[in-house]
Every structure is written in structure tokens, then in C-alpha cells.
Design a protein around this ligand. Structure first.
Ligand code: NDP
Length: 335
């Protein structure tokens, strides 16, 4: 069983030598355990935060152990009465080819139906990133039909789901993404009303002019994934009582400071800004996953995936995700 361990913690930018490839034996199964062969590993930006040893909402990733993370795969051996060989499952097996899971633990493993939704999407649109978009939109922004929503990292796992969910609620949806290809995908395939290439608008003044054009009625809801000057530009275009779901600040995950130029605008616009962690809101997952599964199953949400091949490719693919080199949900395919 090949595994990727966290070998040492990053100093500043995360690098490939923080990780180590290890080969281990798979232990014998005990009662209630199942052996899962992973088909895909999920790579997610939050993993960067856990590589540090600093105080956070989650425990740090322990050194010398398999990198933790979401997985989908197939049961290949079972000592649990409710799981049979061949069952497709989503779990938290980590960066390795196989995992031994105590299936009697609540939430440790979930069987999934791959009739209408491909297995890999349970790590993306019909999984944690999809629910993240759903929670920020429905529970924090609480949009009304006709309102204007803006989201950064629009072509990504969270962003693409957000677009479909907001369109389904009758909103105008404007994405922000890096590069012409990503922007074209956001409007043409994901159905956003407009998409702004932030590389063409690298400062607050230029971005706020682009937002003015794309959002003629101002901004009512903002879903923040990146942080930095785009947030400043959004504040300049926000309507009174606009709501912000603070989901991620990927531009600062390697320790870069992300100052806000004019926080007085939050007061002047009487805005609500709320940060959230999706795993603390398990109560919404069933409702959110049902809607997301329907959007994917009916072709209204066409999530794109960036697929790296083989366990050895996981560290580089992860570092690429932190630099925006992914295009859609970043996965590692193992078989
Ligand atoms: P994505 O698939 O969106 O990939 C990350 C994207 O971030 C890149 O593709 C890149 O797209 C974009 N990006 C923008 N600016 C930068 C920058 N300065 N440096 C690097 N990348 C940049 O990832 P996810 O959809 O999985 O996650 C999106 C956000 O949601 C992240 O911030 C993540 O931490 C957050 N998140 C939060 C959760 C929560 O519970 N709060 C749960 C899940 C995710 P581009 O080329 O367009 O810039």
C-alpha cells in the first residue's frame, strides 16, 4: 500500500520535499472493518492549513503519517455486515492506495450510487466542495431572485457548484477567474452571466471598473474564496445590506498578508460578513447533496476535473492547486 506522508512542515511556501512516499503493509481486518481500494483521492486547499502547526479550527496533520483527505473507492474485503465487496463508498481514507476503515463509526464511510453521478463527483460537486457552495449561498448570503452574486475562483470545485445553485435561484451570477480559458468555461459551460479575468485587472481600480460593468445593479452577495484586492474592489461595488460568505483566502495560505484597504465600507454598506467551516454544519449536508445530485444528474451542473495520475503525483498536483494550475476539481486517479 503506497502512502504519502507529511515528512516535515513548510517554512513559508509548501514544497514537494515536505512530503514522502512510503510503502506499508495493509493490516488484517478486524470485526466491523472493511478494506477500501481508493479510485480517487481528493486534493483540497484546506490541506495546506493543516500542514502548519499553528492554532486553527482543525488539528494539524501529524508528521510521519499518511496525509488525511477525502477518498472514493470500492470495498474489496469486508468484515462488516452492511458492506459487501464491490460497494462504492466515499470516505476519508487519505493519500494512500488502500484504507482499512471501521465502518461502525458514524460517518466513517458512506455508500454512494453511481447510476447517474460518476464516482469522482462525490469528492467535488456532490461532495464537500458542493456543500460548501450550498451553505455559503443558502445559509449566509440567502439570495433573492434578481439579486447579483459574485464569486472568486469561479471555475473551481466550489465555484462551479455555486454558479449552478445561484442560477437555480434566479440570480445574476458573475464569476472571477484566472485566464481566458477558465473565464470562457465559466460563462459557456457553467452558465454564469459574466466572468472577469482578474489577470487583466490586477489592481483595485481596474477590478472595480470591471465589476461595475459586469454588475450594473451592484453586488448583493459575495462568496470569497481568494482574499486580497478583489475583496476591496467588491466592497466598492457592494449594495446596502450586501452579504459576504467568507469561505477561503487561498491567496494567503502560504502566509502572505491580505490587508483590507477600506474596511469602513463594511459599515457604510451595513454589510454582513460571515466565515464558516462546512464540516461544522453536517445538518445541511443531506438537503444540499440532494439538490447538488439533481443538478449534476440532470446536466445543469457540468463539473470539470483536473486529474493527476498515480499516488506519486499527489504532492505536485497539490502544490499546483495552491497556485491555480488546476482547472476544476483536483483529483488523483489511482486505478
Ligand atoms: P478550486 O478548485 O477553486 O482551486 C483553487 C483555485 O483558487 C485555483 O484554481 C485558482 O483559480 C484560485 N486562485 C485564485 N487566486 C489564487 C491565488 N492567489 N493563488 C492560488 N490560487 C488562486 O478549489 P476549491 O473549490 O476546492 O476551493 C475554493 C476555496 O474554497 C478555497 O479557498 C478553499 O480553501 C475554500 N473552501 C472552504 C471550505 C470551508 O468550509 N470554509 C470548504 C472547502 C473549500 P484561478 O486560476 O481562477 O485563480
Amino acid at each position: 500500500n503506497k502512502q504519502i506522508h507529511l515528512d516535515n512542515r513548510p517554512e513559508g511556501e509548501a514544497v514537494a520535499s515536505n512530503f514522502k512516499l512510503v510503502t506499508a503493509q495493509t493490516p488484517e481486518l478486524k470485526d466491523n472493518q472493511v478494506l477500501v481500494r481508493h479510485h480517487y483521492l481528493s486534493l483540497d486547499p484546506y490541506m495546506r492549513g493543516r500542514m502548519n502547526d499553528s492554532k486553527s479550527y482543525a488539528q494539524p496533520q501529524p508528521l510521519g503519517q499518511t496525509m488525511q483527505g477525502g477518498t472514493v473507492g470500492e470495498v474489496v474485503e469486508s468484515k462488516h455486515p452492511k458492506y459487501a465487496v464491490g460497494d462504492k463508498v466515499v470516505g476519508f481514507g487519505g493519500w494512500q492506495e488502500y484504507s482499512v476503515v471501521d465502518a461502525s463509526q458514524p460517518g466513517a464511510l458512506k455508500k454512494v450510487d453511481t447510476t447517474h453521478v460518476p464516482l469522482s463527483h462525490y469528492l467535488g460537486a456532490v461532495g464537500m466542495p458542493g456543500v460548501t457552495a450550498w451553505y455559503g449561498l443558502v445559509k449566509i448570503i440567502a439570495p433573492k431572485a434578481g439579486e447579483t452574486m459574485v464569486i472568486t475562483a469561479a471555475s473551481g470545485a466550489v465555484g462551479s457548484a455555486f454558479g449552478a445553485l445561484a442560477k437555480a435561484r434566479g440570480c445574476r451570477v458573475v464569476g472571477i477567474a484566472g485566464g481566458a480559458d477558465k473565464c470562457k468555461y465559466v460563462t459557456d459551460e457553467l452558465g454564469f452571466d459574466a466572468c472577469i479575468d482578474y489577470r487583466l485587472h490586477p489592481d483595485v481600480k481596474s477590478m472595480s471598473a470591471a465589476l461595475k460593468e459586469a454588475c450594473p445593479n451592484g453586488i448583493d452577495g459575495y462568496f470569497e474564496n481568494v482574499g486580497g484586492y478583489i475583496f476591496d474592489a467588491v466592497l466598492l461595488r457592494a449594495n446596502a445590506f450586501a452579504r459576504v460568505a467568507l469561505c477561503g483566502m487561498i491567496a494567503g495560505y502560504d502566509g502572505q498578508p491580505l490587508p483590507l484597504a477600506n474596511p469602513a465600507l463594511i459599515l457604510i454598506n451595513r454589510m454582513k460578513i460571515e466565515g464558516f467551516i462546512v464540516s461544522e454544519h453536517m445538518e445541511v449536508w443531506p438537503e444540499a447533496l440532494t439538490e447538488l445530485g439533481t443538478l449534476v444528474g440532470t446536466g445543469k451542473l457540468k463539473p470539470r476535473e483536473s486529474i493527476a495520475q498515480g499516488i506519486e503525483s499527489a504532492p505536485e498536483a497539490f502544490l499546483g492547486l495552491l497556485k491555480g494550475r488546476n482547472f476544476g476539481k483536483q483529483l488523483v486517479k489511482l486505478i
